[in-house]
Write a protein that binds this ligand. Structure first.
Ligand SMILES: Cc1ncc(COP(=O)(O)O)c(C=O)c1O
Length: 352
């Protein structure tokens, strides 16, 4: 697939310099066609029967295998969720933390991680987003390190494998801004989340959770799909592997759409996205203060010269879609494998 062919899959790019996959990736025509075809089928044929359920369960396994491939893990260690937030919540609740426990996290995390973390009742130790700062904060009471792989604010990438190895403490990694954006090797990481609506360009409310050792995490929010067998009391035999953490039925339309979205990704996606992100930094340096370190991610965050919200609105008027990072005085451009030099020029022209 050439770059032009790959880009032409996304109609939104005809009109806009769409630079916000960090929130929601652009939708491919094939993704929406698959959603619409399933909707049309459900409308006429209904959504029931053994064959229908079996077909959907089989498609779920194709999704599981597809996402597992993206982050380089085996499908049985991957749960299908509806978001990174859900994945974080499954892990944080499942660990059974109490107020005597500590969890080390950073000051650059999204509420999708910090909300479920706070809800555990454990003592939350917040440190600078840096490998050494995290390692220094670990004490004998630390039950978990919880951090993003790529920070949604500055776009910095943390060496999460090093943190796991240096601290010897289990680690939950929020992969919302890394999975599908950069090559991921989960390595010694214990838990890793995926938001499929972002860099994988899937339908909304799709995602996944990698669990290295499913037997050691309690199922605290079982869905019908978590169990192999159950009794009238609700006592149940969990499914083998990470499937027990599947967060529930994914709409048939979303399963179809996500499979189609996974099929749009060219093999050169990571190299192209990294090169274009590097060019984006070059174009912006000198115009604004770029805060994302070179080579870290496909996010390019910068401190604008004026008010961030006003700038984002003004850019939007020109068809350039970026986002403000509230409370951080930063604006963030998300550069994907579909981003063209023309998109970057439009961003630069809008800033100038
Ligand atoms: C780092 C990070 N974590 C979590 C989230 C929330 O993702 P989801 O909507 O998949 O729960 C986001 C989304 O913006 C994010 O950037």
């Amino acid at each position: 697939m050439t770059f032009d062919e790959a880009r032409a899959q996304f109609p939104v790019l005809d009109a806009k310099a769409y630079l916000n996959a960090g929130t929601n990736g652009p939708l491919a025509r094939a993704t929406i066609e698959a959603v619409n075809a399933q909707n049309a089928r459900d409308l006429v044929d209904g959504r029931s029967g053994k064959a229908y359920i079996e077909e959907m369960l089989e498609l779920r396994e194709q999704v599981r295998a597809g996402i597992a491939g993206v982050i380089g893990v085996e499908p049985p260690s991957l749960a299908l969720t509806d978001s990174t937030t859900r994945g974080c919540a499954a892990v944080l609740a499942g660990l059974g933390l109490s107020d005597g426990d500590e969890v080390v996290t950073t000051d650059q995390e999204h509420f999708g991680l910090t909300g479920p973390l706070h809800a555990t009742g454990a003592r939350v130790v917040v440190v600078e987003a840096d490998e050494e700062a995290i390692a220094h904060a670990v004490t004998p009471r630390t039950k978990l390190v919880a951090t993003s792989h790529i920070l949604w604010t500055t776009g910095r990438r943390l060496d999460v494998a090093r943190v796991r190895e240096d601290t010897g403490v289990p680690i939950l990694v929020d992969g919302a801004q890394s999975s599908g954006a950069v090559r991921v090797d989960v390595g010694p990481v214990d838990f890793y989340t995926v938001s499929a609506q972002k860099w994988l360009c899937g339908p909304e409310a799709t995602g996944a959770l990698y669990v290295a050792d499913p037997e050691r995490l309690r199922v605290t929010s079982p869905s019908y799909l978590s169990q192999d067998a159950y009794e009238a009391s609700g006592a149940f035999v969990p499914k083998e592997g990470a499937k027990r953490f599947d967060s529930g039925w994914i709409p048939s339309t979303s399963v179809r759409g996500l499979l189609a979205a996974l099929g749009t990704r060219p093999e050169w996606c990571y190299d192209r996205a990294a090169e274009t992100a590097a060019r984006c930094r070059e174009q912006l340096e000198g115009v604004v203060e770029v805060v994302t370190p070179p080579g870290h991610s496909t996010l390019v965050s910068f401190r604008p010269n004026g008010d961030p919200a006003e700038l984002v609105a003004a850019l939007d008027d020109r068809g350039v879609v970026v986002r403000e990072l509230p409370g951080r005085n930063l604006v963030r451009a998300s550069v994907g494998w579909w981003t063209s030099d023309g998109d970057l020029q439009r961003l630069r022209a809008g800033l100038a």
